[in-house]
Design a binder for this molecule. Structure first.
Ligand code: FAD
Length: 317
């Protein structure tokens, strides 16, 4: 079976769920081979969990300097591994960073690039969301190693233990000093909620929430469901909720098991970020709101009446 390279998303201590999803997707095409970029010692800490989820080998690119650079070490490591093993495909998560890495890598390898993949089959045909979610198309890379950015949540993570994992260190050339480098990082907002792109439940609020105070209702429902909080761009632009929680074309893409939209009209740019969710529930007081066109369950009503009842009902179980 050919190798399929998977770029590992991690925080140095823990592999992110999106990587396990990529490993499950990679198994459809060949043997998943993880490519891990981190500071020295990261591979030793993370390789067992990668093996448990089906990685047959790890290409580890370790350097004390990787944290100081943007996507370039990941691109270097993936390129180096790809030139060594001629993989069937390279998979990365379709996050903001992942898409940048995928684009640069495809240019380096002179390969075709498929973004926002939500499904793929053994022949390499990929189902992807295009034009801000307006269409779902089936595409195939016809030149070079396919570089595929897969939407977080599109695949189920699966345990698939591998007993004897290979472990290879790929040297990472560090970009010259003149290229872009990180000078400061803002710590993520504190909180116990799961990350938006990893959560199996996302509860989002829109302009209908009518203010930062109103988001308490959204947060309370998210908390009883163990979910993450999201927001529409209108809510973010109005200052109701921070930008890092924006869902949509210019925000994050999510595909949770359950997405609850509170006071969100369902503009195409919002749908682009959430319409691949497995089950969508919409609460809106306008029965004509476009969000009902994609919702599996719709409640026509005032979110300030419906959401607290839902919270109470779930909390009572
Ligand atoms: P509105 O469209 O104003 O809808 C509010 C809804 O709340 C209405 O349907 C109303 O009936 C309902 N409502 C009001 N009060 C209540 C209540 N008490 N109870 C129940 N329902 C109530 N948008 C995004 O979300 N994400 C993006 O990434 C994004 N990217 C964009 C990129 C571009 C280039 C452009 C042009 C636009 C983008 N937008 C994005 C903006 C998008 O077009 C919409 O303007 C936005 O999604 C609207 O947000 P909303 O649904 O919260 O607000």
């Amino acid at each position: 079976m050919p190798d399929v390279l998977v770029l590992v998303d991690h925080d140095g201590e823990r592999v992110h769920k999106s990587t396990y999803e990529l490993l499950a997707a990679a198994r459809r095409l060949g043997d998943p081979a993880a490519v891990l970029v981190g500071t020295p010692g990261t591979t030793v800490r993370l390789k067992d969990s990668l093996a448990r989820h089906g990685a047959t080998s790890v290409y580890a690119a370790e350097s004390t300097q990787v944290g100081g650079f943007l996507g370039s070490p990941a691109v270097e490591a993936l390129e180096s591994a790809a030139r060594q093993v001629s993989p069937a495909a390279v998979l990365v998560s379709a996050t903001t960073d992942g898409k940048e890495v995928a684009g640069r890598l495809a240019a380096r390898l002179d390969s075709g690039l498929l973004i926002d993949a939500v499904d793929l089959d053994a022949s390499g045909v990929v189902t992807q969301i295009v034009f801000g979610g307006s269409y779902t198309v089936r595409s195939e890379v016809t030149h070079g190693v396919p570089v595929i950015a897969v939407r977080p949540g599109a695949f189920e993570p699966e345990e698939h233990p591998v007993e004897a994992m290979e472990h290879e260190l790929v040297p990472v050339p560090i970009a010259p000093a003149a290229s872009a480098r990180v000078i400061a990082r803002r710590a993520p907002l504190a909180g116990d909620r799961p990350a938006l792109t990893e959560a199996s439940v996302v509860v989002s609020g829109g302009r209908g929430v009518a203010g930062a105070e109103g988001f308490k209702v959204v947060e309370e429902l998210a908390d009883v469901l163990g979910g993450a909080v999201g927001a529409s761009r209108a809510a973010v632009d109005a200052g109701y909720y921070p930008h890092q929680y924006q869902v949509g074309q210019t925000g994050k893409s999510v595909s949770p098991q359950l997405y609850i939209a509170l006071g969100i009209s369902g503009a195409i740019q919002h749908l682009a970020g959430m319409q691949t969710s497995k089950t969508i529930v919409a609460v809106n007081k306008d029965p004509e709101a476009p969000v009902f066109g994609v919702a599996d369950y719709g409640v026509v009503g005032d979110l300030f009446s419906v959401a607290p009842q839902l919270t109470q009902e779930v909390a009572a179980r």
